[in-house]
Structure formats: C-alpha cells, structure tokens
Design a protein around this ligand. Structure first.
Ligand code: NAD
Length: 504
C-alpha cells in the first residue's frame, strides 16, 4: 500500500500508530511513504501499514477504556476537548503548512481546515455541558417522563484525505463527548494530519485507550475495523462506492453505520442574478481544493438569457487561476491528490470531449517547470453539456465543471435534481420567490442562496440525500444522534400501580 510511485528516497521521520495510550509500530513492521503531491521529492513521513492484527489491538484498547470514559461526567470529558482546542489554535499555522505539503490545497484553505477542527472541538466541548434531553408530561398523575442520551460503545472511524483534520474532528469530538471510545483509520494519503490531531488529544489528557489511531489501506485496515464484532458504530466519509461496501459489511449484525459520500453539486444562475457574483462563487466552488471537495460545484445550470455572459466570464477567470504549490502565496489552486485520481480526472475530460461537450479551457495535465514534479491539472470548463453526458452524471472530484442551459426556474430545479446525489446546491437570484421555491424543491442536504455550494459551518447539520448519505447528519447537535442512543425514562412516584393507555 503506497501513496505514490517512489521518486527519490530522502530521510523521513517514521510515525507510529497510537494504541492504548502508546505509540506503536504496525504488527507487520511495514510502513508506507507519504509524499507531497505538489513535489514528489518531498516526503512528509513514513507511516504504519496496518492490518487486522493492529485493528484487533486498537479495538481491544477502545473496548477496555469504554466503562471508565462512559462513567466520566460529560463536562469533565469536555475539559479535555477544550485543552485540545487551545493547542490546535497554538499549532494552527504549523499544522496548516504540513497539511498543504501532505495533500496540496493552498495554505488559506488548510488554515480553514484546521479552523474547522478548532470550531468543532469547542462546539462539542460546549455540548458536554448541554447534552440536552427532554422532559415531558405523563398522561398519568405523579409520574415524570424524560429522555437521556447514552453512549453506544466503540466507534470505528474511516476518513478521506480532502479535509484531513476537519473531517476526523467531525467524528472524534462528538463521539468522545457522548462517552464513546474510538478507533480511527486515517486516509492513506493524509495520515500525518490525523496523527497530529491524535497527538494533541493525547497531550490534552485523554485517558489511554479512549482514542486509538491506525494508518493504512482501506481493504487491509479499514475493512477489518468495519467488520470487527466489538465495533458498535461505523462512521465513514468517502466515496459512494466504498460507502456501499461498508453499508453491506455492517448490515449482517445491524451495526450502526453513518455514511457521508459523494456529490454532484449544482449552482443555479437565474436571469435576474448578479452574474459577476455568481461567477465568483462558481470559481471558488468549482476550483477550490482543485475541485476535490464533496461540496464542489461541478454543474452550473444557467438561465438561457445570461448563459453567454456567465460562461465567458467563468472561462476568463478560470484561465487566470494560478496553479502550483499551495505553499506559494501566489498560488490559487494546488495539485491533485495522487496519480490514480489525476488519471481518473483526465479520463473524464476525454469522455466529455468524446460525448460532444465543448471544452473552453484547461483539459490537460500541466508539465511546466513548476508542475512536472507533481500532479497538476489546469482548471477545466465544459460548455454545451447535456443531461445524458457522463460528465453531467458522475462525480469527477477534480477541477472540472460543466455549464448546462436551463429555460426557466422550474427547468433549473428539474436539472439540479437530475442526479443520484444530493449534497449541496445553490441559487443566484434577486427574486425572493425564486430563492424560496428553489430552497424548498431542490432535494439536497445543504442549500445556499446567493452563495456557492461550499462553506458549511460546524454548528449546522451537514450531509446529503440519496447516494450522498444514509439519513444521518454530521456536525450540529444532530451529530450527537449518530454517536448516542436515546433512552426514555419513566419515573412513577405515585406509590401505586398505574397503567398507561388503560387507566385514563
Ligand atoms: P474512498 O472511498 O476511496 O476512501 C475513503 C476512506 O475509505 C479511506 O480511508 C480508505 O482507505 C477507506 N476505504 C477504502 N476501501 C475500503 C474498504 N474496502 N473498507 C474500509 N475502508 C475502505 O474516498 P476518498 O477518495 O478518500 O475521498 C473522496 C470521496 O469522499 C469523494 O467521493 C467525496 O465526495 C467523498 N467525500 C464526502 C464527504 C461528505 O461529507 N459527504 C466529505 C469529503 C469527501
């Protein structure tokens, strides 16, 4: 299991797994390299290539730590999270720089990634003093009813590489505050960011075994984690293909399973929109993180009256984006995460061509002096895209976006909904009626008005419909529902037998 073709071998630090409060080598003794996708000579480190034996040890540690952690009052658990949040703030710049080396996105975006983890850490620490249940009247006299949250047990977490610290924090913080223990398997391309978050939580005073981390491949380490009998919940973020496999693995034992998966997000631009504002939003949503965001806008559905102006401006601005190393302050867009992903994007570009879309810009790997040692693709805009085309239907997860014409609002909403996914959508319009209609009728988990499809805040629920998710929401207080179970409690202080539905 390796991230990239070895280029040069430079001396690199070896990072270990974290199991039962100790940093340990993988059972096999094997490691893999983590290289910078903008500069393949740059090795971030060597990481443990874990397998089932490591999973077993990590789950055992998490199971052992569960009773004491569950018994610790939630506000005391929260104190540890607050300390971790403070440390994340102190180390924000250093983490962001290494994260840019690790996965390529530009520094202002990796700073945002760390900030999101800080926000989530503080938000969930606050939940430690809330963790609301409800009290409700009883239908019987002298009886008191309430609901309380209960932790579930051991959580197995599997995360992708595109938000290397934010997404792990979205799982770790709510899981821990609810009183669960956890094992996280980092994405093969971004083990350092998870390693760093785990180190910070450890130094903040997390008791041993409460959080365990293994690095390694999906089939080798992820699958045994999902299938382990002592894992009670699986929390997964990644592709729809892997999510389906995980769902199938969880089904036989009815294991709780929350899935955050792919997207084919859309911006609708109406004829009364501020077109320049819409183009600015489209550029950010299509090419931020090189289009490798689950909420990236890969479909622009534009009213026929403004499509010419919109497309021209989108193309002009896409051409001007400066592609390069994310550590360079002059760079607007970084590299693609790895070679297979780059090849996949180039293949989709070829398919777009073959199926008759007009490529207005980009469409190729960049091989200049600044680029030849990494995986760079020029920002690509396709016009004349129709609903039957592959590039309209499938998630590309790269700097490629489509412009599709619509006749009116109803047609725009219909086209927006013509997808198997349902994560994020937006509309640009100055008409409040159009905005509200679209908000109501576009079937996604996130919706923006006069803003791009990206920009989630941690205190709102996050997730999608259809093939994007299986009904759960991360972030917001709703995330607590993934990591706890409700218990309804009835307290009868009447001193006599009372029978609900019968006595009254
Ligand atoms: P991926 O599915 O290839 O991998 C995700 C994780 O699953 C990795 O840690 C991987 O090692 C693991 N994995 C792979 N095969 C496995 C198996 N058989 N058993 C257990 N684990 C396995 O996805 P990716 O390329 O890392 O991420 C990109 C995808 O993630 C895109 O589709 C994107 O839309 C999606 N994503 C979704 C959200 C969301 O919140 N909806 C957020 C970010 C990314």
């Amino acid at each position: 299991m390796a991230k990239a073709k070895p280029v040069k071998t430079t001396k690199a630090k070896t990072y270990k797994n974290f199991i039962g409060g100790s940093w340990v080598n993988s059972a096999s003794g094997k490691t893999f390299e983590n290289r910078n996708p903008a500069n393949l000579d740059d090795i971030i480190g060597k990481f443990q290539d874990s397998n089932e034996a490591d999973v077993k040890a990590a789950v055992k540690a998490a199971r052992g730590a569960f009773p004491a952690w569950r018994a610790m009052p939630a506000p005391v658990r929260a104190e540890i999270l607050y300390k971790a949040g403070e440390e994340l703030i102190k180390q924000k710049e250093e983490i962001a720089k290494t994260m840019t080396r690790e996965m390529g996105k530009v520094l202002k975006e990796t700073r945002g990634d760390v900030q999101e983890a800080i926000d989530m850490t503080y938000f969930m620490a606050g939940e430690g003093r809330r963790m609301h249940g409800a009290t409700m009247p009883s239908e019987l006299a002298n009886k008191f009813n309430m609901t309380i949250r209960q932790p579930i047990g051991v959580v197995g977490m599997i995360t992708p590489w595109n938000f290397p610290i934010a997404i792990p924090s979205w799982k770790i913080m709510p899981a821990l505050i609810c009183g669960n223990t956890a094992v996280i398997k980092s994405a093969p391309d971004t083990p350092w960011s998870v390693w760093k978050l785990v180190e910070i939580l450890h130094n903040a005073g997390l008791p041993k075994g409460v959080l365990n981390m293994i690095s390694g491949g999906g089939p080798e380490a992820g699958q045994p984690l999902v299938e382990h009998r002592e894992v009670d919940i699986v929390s997964f973020t990644g592709s729809t293909r892997t999510g389906r496999l995980i769902s199938e693995m969880c089904a036989p034992t009815f294991k709780h399973c929350s899935l955050e998966m792919g997207g084919k997000n859309v911006i609708i631009v109406m004829d009364d929109a501020d077109v320049e504002l819409a183009v600015e939003g489209a550029i950010w949503a299509a090419f931020g993180t090189s289009g490798q965001r689950c909420t990236a806008a890969s479909r622009m559905v534009v009213h026929k009256k403004v499509i010419k102006d919109f497309t021209q401006s989108l193309m002009d601005k896409a051409k001007k984006l400066r592609v390069g190393n994310g550590l360079d302050s002059k760079t607007d867009m970084g590299p693609i995460i790895n070679e297979p992903q780059m090849e996949k994007i180039l293949k989709y570009i070829e398919i777009g061509h073959k199926e008759g879309a007009s490529m207005l810009c980009g469409g190729k790997r960049l091989m200049g002096i600044k680029h030849k040692n990494g995986y760079f693709i020029a920002p690509t805009v396709f016009a004349g895209v129709t609903e039957d085309m592959t590039i309209f239907k499938e998630e590309i997860f790269g700097p490629v976006t489509d412009v599709v014409q619509c006749e009116d609002l109803e047609d725009g909403i219909r086209i927006a909904n013509n997808t198997i996914y349902g994560l994020s959508a937006s509309i640009y319009t100055r008409d409040v009626n159009s905005a509200f209609k679209a908000m109501r009728d576009v079937y996604t988990g996130l919706f923006y008005i006069n803003a791009p499809t990206i920009g989630a805040e941690v205190h709102l629920p996050f997730g999608g419909t259809r093939n994007t998710g299986n009904g759960h929401r991360e972030a917001g207080q709703q995330a607590l529902d993934i990591f706890s179970e409700w218990k309804s409690v009835y307290v009868d202080f009447s001193g006599k037998i009372q029978k609900a539905q019968i006595d009254n």
